[in-house]
Design a protein around this ligand. Structure first.
Ligand SMILES: *[C@@H]1O[C@H](CO)[C@@H](O)[C@H](O)[C@H]1NC(C)=O
Ligand SMILES: *[C@@H]1O[C@H](CO)[C@@H](O)[C@H](O)[C@H]1NC(C)=O
Ligand SMILES: *[C@@H]1O[C@H](CO)[C@@H](O)[C@H](O)[C@H]1NC(C)=O
Ligand SMILES: *[C@@H]1O[C@H](CO)[C@@H](O)[C@H](O)[C@H]1NC(C)=O
Ligand SMILES: *[C@@H]1O[C@H](CO)[C@@H](O)[C@H](O)[C@H]1NC(C)=O
Length: 565
């Protein structure tokens, strides 16, 4: 583990882009379709959408960052960071307003008085600066395609600008800037332009429906029409449908399913931020709040997975400075949830800074993966944590190993693994996770069920033992978050699985179980037992035998006693 932290340190102080995140799975066999809750390629293998949002819907109507870096450098950076997909936002008027569409990039910057961006753009992307806005958008798509990145086109707003509020006139069908017929027209146009662009794998119909006009009847009426229009113009893409209330509510679909003239092409999207619930993460007990909000999400959206639709968490994100308690607590809960369900997702956002946002030139995006100058990763440790979700845990075609459980630790994005003998159990990359089973007797066992996870003593490493019938081998998911794994010591006291400062797995007294406690941080004690068919590291048979023999010798006395009874 010390080596790993040295590696991180090395990367932190060495800005040039890392090659650490090679876990994203590039995809060759488009078009994509759905098979029950999974997105699959032409051969029926699961494709996990591990995307990052690349905004291009703001006033300039050009993908952000092109005044800082050549488009190909940004596309390659996306791949190097382990993402296999971009959710590329666009404003409707780009495709419905001929004046806007035929404006050149240079002109668009000039119209907004953004002279400073022009020289950077000229230097980094001379071949794009004199294209029209539509051609510039296509150039970004082409660069992503060349680098084998999949693209989800997202109709973010009608009128270019920062999104979204209830009263911005872009919220729902019939709002000032949201004429349903123009919407259909725009969707059709975009779908047609990109019909045949292999890497454009999906189109979301509309970002964050919201505002006073929103209602369920119009949702069905227009979303079904929109989906149908896209499918007719471009039968290859997945159509992605968002819910009401800023894309947080799809609960109405529970009773009344969607009715479309095509199948295996529909995905639902959902947005979830820490600030979606104000500052409740910070002011409440994190266990209690995590439990409550996960239950809400189950009601509002997760049932769609059981109904056989993929769920695309198309926006989530955190303040990358790591100083926002609300966001940090949200992220730990979110990662546990997202890993367990193994959903598709898109991080908000790629942006280091915006040309212009909310009237501010060079607006710094603290939720951005890139630093302000798009030169380095803003927070490598946060990105590493999120990267735990880039590779699928399971799904059609992922049969690298038999079904097993892994113990995921959201706070670090790592999984429990065994060191070679002599063991402690430690955290390591989930690609090297130990394969466990979680039995009906609540034991967490390994190696043909002979070795099981046991608590030894307070503040001591958890160990692997052979006598799996006693109380210290029974682990229950307790607390409202259901992420504390708890057991009893020989003296009857309750302990929870935890990590120490070296990422060794230990047992400590359980934190934050009192729901009145709002100032505690349970993150280090949060573990999630999740289903996986990922390859696990080949454990040398002799090492396992060696460990078993060692345990038997250590415990010879108790074994002899046991056999005599
Ligand atoms: C379409 O979906 C159904 C059920 O979700 C599945 O059985 C079928 O295999 C899918 N077809 C394709 C071509 O993936
Ligand atoms: C995009 O969304 C806006 C609403 O903000 C809508 O007015 C417009 O018609 C949509 N366009 C397309 C092509 O989806
Ligand atoms: C879209 O492309 C497919 C080929 O991938 C073609 O068969 C179809 O006619 C195109 N549809 C339209 C509306 O252009
Ligand atoms: C990155 O985030 C972590 C919290 O996850 C924080 O402790 C650290 O200071 C942040 N690093 C930088 C460079 O912002
Ligand atoms: C972590 O490892 C270092 C070096 O091996 C050791 O000195 C220290 O005691 C360990 N910390 C804990 C909490 O075990």
């Amino acid at each position: 583990m010390r080596m790993l932290s040295h590696l991180c340190f090395y990367i932190l102080v060495n800005p040039p882009l890392l090659f650490l995140f090679s876990t994203g799975v590039p995809v060759e066999a488009q078009p994509l379709s759905t098979d029950s809750r999974w997105v699959v390629d032409e051969s029926g293998h699961r494709v996990k959408l591990a995307c990052v949002n690349w905004p291009s819907h703001l006033e300039v109507a050009v993908a952000e960052g092109l005044s800082k870096k050549p488009v190909d450098v940004i596309s390659k950076g996306i791949v190097d960071m382990g993402f296999n997909c971009v959710r590329l936002t666009w404003p409707l008027f780009l495709f419905t307003d001929d004046t806007l569409a035929s404006t050149s990039v240079r002109q668009s910057f000039m119209n907004l008085g953004l002279i400073g961006s022009i020289s950077g753009f000229q230097k980094n992307n001379p071949s794009i600066i004199d294209l029209t806005l539509i051609r510039a958008y296509q150039a970004v798509v082409a660069s992503l395609s060349k680098n084998n990145v999949m693209i989800v086109l997202d109709n973010h707003t009608s009128k270019p600008g920062w999104c979204c509020s209830n009263l911005d006139g872009n919220g729902f069908f019939g709002d000032k800037y949201f004429n349903p017929d123009m919407w259909i027209e725009g969707l059709t146009k975009v779908a047609t332009i990109f019909n045949g662009t292999k890497n454009v794998v999906a189109m979301s119909l509309r970002n964050e429906l919201r505002g006073p006009k929103q209602n369920v009847n119009d949702w069905y009426r227009y979303m079904q029409r929109g989906a149908q229009a896209v499918h007719t113009a471009n039968p290859n893409v997945l159509t992605i449908l968002s819910g009401l209330k800023f894309d947080r509510d799809l609960s109405f679909l529970y009773k009344k399913p969607l009715s479309l003239g095509f199948t295996n092409k529909t995905v639902f999207e959902l947005h979830w931020y820490g600030f979606s619930d104000g500052n409740s993460w910070e002011t409440g007990n994190p266990n209690q709040f995590c439990g409550r909000i996960v239950n809400n999400i189950k009601r509002n959206a997760c049932f769609l997975i059981d109904q056989g639709y993929p769920l695309f968490l198309s926006e989530f994100g955190v303040d990358m400075r790591g100083t926002n308690v609300n966001d940090n607590r949200f992220l730990n809960c979110f990662l546990g949830w997202a890993a367990e369900l193994d959903v598709e997702w898109a991080l908000w956002a790629l942006t280091g800074s915006y040309y212009l946002r909310d009237g501010v030139v060079g607006f710094d995006e603290t939720y951005g993966v890139y630093s302000w100058d798009w030169n380095e990763v803003r927070n490598i440790s946060l990105l590493q944590k999120i990267s735990a979700l880039q590779y699928p845990f399971r799904g059609p075609g992922y049969t690298e190993a038999a079904e097993h459980k892994i113990l995921f630790h959201p706070m670090t994005g790592l999984c429990v693994k065994r060191m070679s003998v002599p063991e402690p159990l430690v955290l390591g990359p989930c690609t090297k996770a130990e394969a466990w089973s979680y039995t009906s007797h609540k034991t967490i066992t390994l190696a043909g069920k002979y070795l099981c996870l046991q608590a030894d003593d307070m503040q001591q490493p958890a160990k692997l033992g052979l006598l799996c019938g006693d109380a210290s081998s029974k682990w229950e998911a307790i607390s409202d978050s259901k992420m504390h794994l708890s057991t009893k010591l020989k003296d009857g006291s309750t302990v929870c699985l935890d990590i120490d400062s070296n990422n060794t797995i230990v047992t400590n007294s359980c934190k934050c179980l009192n729901n009145k406690d709002h100032n505690c941080e349970p993150g280090s004690q949060w573990f999630k037992i999740i289903d996986s068919t990922r390859r696990t590291t080949d454990k040398n048979f002799f090492l396992t035998m060696n460990l078993m023999v060692r345990i038997i010798v250590q415990n010879l006395f108790s074994f002899i006693q046991l056999w005599h009874i």
